[in-house]
Design a protein around this ligand. Structure first.
Ligand code: CMC
Length: 438
């Protein structure tokens, strides 16, 4: 049993009756944590599968209060950033800790703008993938492959090298993401245009073809930029923790980001935006909503309402609120307000927010609930949704990687386990095994 002895320590009684004092760590805001590191000196570990009660690190980048629905990047509320800032400025903020002055912003923006091309040799990697491969599979491969291009020149202990790696990643992700799409539909790759802003350039690479240059619609570009901002970081989620874990061994950062992309792909994490749209299509008609709500509530049925629920938010996800407003703007601009999927989404949200099951379990719409509808209205195909999440989250991943590597106390992440397998036993020759099993 653990009890707080004073402001600084918690006293814990061990199974042998001894008591030990464990320091209590306090952040600038949010719950405190008991520092359990001294336990291993007593031959004991803590057990917390799924990390529900474990802080894996101390970080100054992002703060979430899940009960209040608060998300702050370096102290700034996400609603203000989505409304007043732009993705490049948010990238600077996440990486450097403060909003840039004009000169720093211009220099940072210039560098991102001028690192957008990828090595021509990388095209060969695309040619090795089947055209119908999932773009997340391709993204995972090609981002990992960047480590082959930038390895010998990169010393992770050198802060300048780390900064260059961060810039390269942020700048090249839209190019790679658009290449994944172009490859899947058999179109030639479209080179980035440095005169365009970040979101505009991405839309240009997605939708232009060599014979017709698409000038990006400013409302779509703004919506895209806002989607990037809303996905930029979310503290120690599964993919960020994966990047930190991979990076803790000193691995190449491009390879670490590839590991983050793999973790993001799952439907419980970034893959949910794709799953939401598929779910809305399966529901197909508002008259079927009740049936699907019943399925989501049925313990025997594995079906879950995609885009609902969050490990940390037990209130409305603040990103979903902004996404909802952006969704209205984009659908109005594209004259898609009568999109049946949008109608289903709004009805579903309305019913779920009033339903006792969802209320009691605090299941609110999350960031992915509306993002898919916006992306669809922009013209992005469903299987590219999670790639866009990865593109935007890259800055969060690399900011956490930088923060971790710059910590002089950093050590390799190496969790322990409770072993539940066989205890020691002697090897039996193969001819005797059947006999022994009897
Ligand atoms: N629909 C129906 N029931 C649900 C849902 C849902 N979407 N989410 C959770 N529950 C139920 C779950 O069955 C469980 O019920 P019980 O207590 O009776 O066993 C209870 O709520 C708690 O669920 P949990 O799985 O223990 O919660 P978790 O914190 O492990 O999972 C989650 C969080 C996001 C994985 C989960 O809510 C989920 O699968 N949601 C749908 C997928 C989704 O939208 N994911 C995107 C997350 S936001 C983007 C990101 O940051 O990655």
């Amino acid at each position: 049993m653990t009890e707080k002895a004073n402001e600084q320590n918690a006293t814990i009684m061990l199974p042998d009756g001894k008591t030990i004092e464990l320091p209590v760590m306090h952040g600038t805001v949010g719950p405190s944590a008991i520092d359990v590191r001294p336990l291993s000196n007593h031959g004991l570990f803590t057990f917390d599968e799924g990390f529900r009660s474990t802080a894996s690190c101390a970080s100054a980048i992002t703060y979430i209060d899940g009960d209040e629905g608060v998300l702050l990047h370096r102290g700034y509320p996400i609603e203000q950033l989505a409304e007043k800032s732009n993705f490049i400025e948010v990238c600077y903020l996440l990486l450097h800790g403060d909003l840039p002055d004009k000169e720093s912003y211009d220099s940072f923006e210039h560098q991102i703008r001028h690192h957008t091309m990828v090595h021509e040799q990388l095209i060969q990697f695309f040619n090795g993938f089947p055209r119908n491969a999932h773009p997340m599979a391709v993204m995972c491969g090609v981002v990992g492959a960047l480590s082959a291009f930038y390895h010998d020149s990169l010393d992770v202990r050198n802060s300048e090298d780390r900064d260059i790696a961060a810039l390269r990643l942020i700048a090249k992700m839209p190019t790679l993401a658009a290449m994944c799409y172009k490859y899947s539909i058999g179109h030639p790759f479209v080179y980035p245009l440095n005169r365009l802003g970040y979101a505009d350039n991405f839309l240009h690479m997605m939708f232009s073809v060599p014979c017709a240059n698409e000038e990006p619609n400013p409302i779509m570009a703004r919506a895209m930029d806002r989607i990037f901002i809303l996905h930029a970081d979310h503290e120690q989620n599964a993919s960020t923790s994966t990047v930190r874990m991979a990076g803790s061994s000193g691995a190449n950062p491009f390879a670490c980001i590839a590991s983050g992309i793999a973790a993001l792909w799952g439907p419980a994490h970034g893959g949910a935006n794709e799953a939401v749209l598929k779910m809305l299509m399966t529901i197909g008609d508002p008259r079927n909503i009740d049936k699907f709500i019943a399925k989501a509530k049925d313990k025997e049925d594995p079906f879950r309402l995609m885009g609902f629920g969050h490990r940390i938010y037990k209130n409305y996800d603040p990103r979903a609120q902004v996404m909802r407003r952006t969704c209205h703007e984009v659908l109005k601009e594209t004259h898609h307000l009568d999109d049946p999927l949008f109608e289903i989404a709004m009805r579903l949200e309305d019913i779920a927010l009033k339903d006792e099951y969802f209320i009691s379990k605090k299941l609110y719409p999350n960031v992915d609930f509306y993002s898919g509808i916006i992306l669809r209205a922009i013209g992005i195909p469903t299987n590219m949704f999670t790639v866009i999440f990865a593109l935007a989250r890259t800055v969060g991943w690399i900011a956490h990687w930088r923060e971790m590597i710059s910590n002089p106390q950093m050590s390799i992440s190496r969790p322990r386990q409770i072993y539940t397998g066989e205890t020691v036993r002697d090897y039996t020759p193969i001819r005797k095994r059947k006999e022994q099993a009897k």
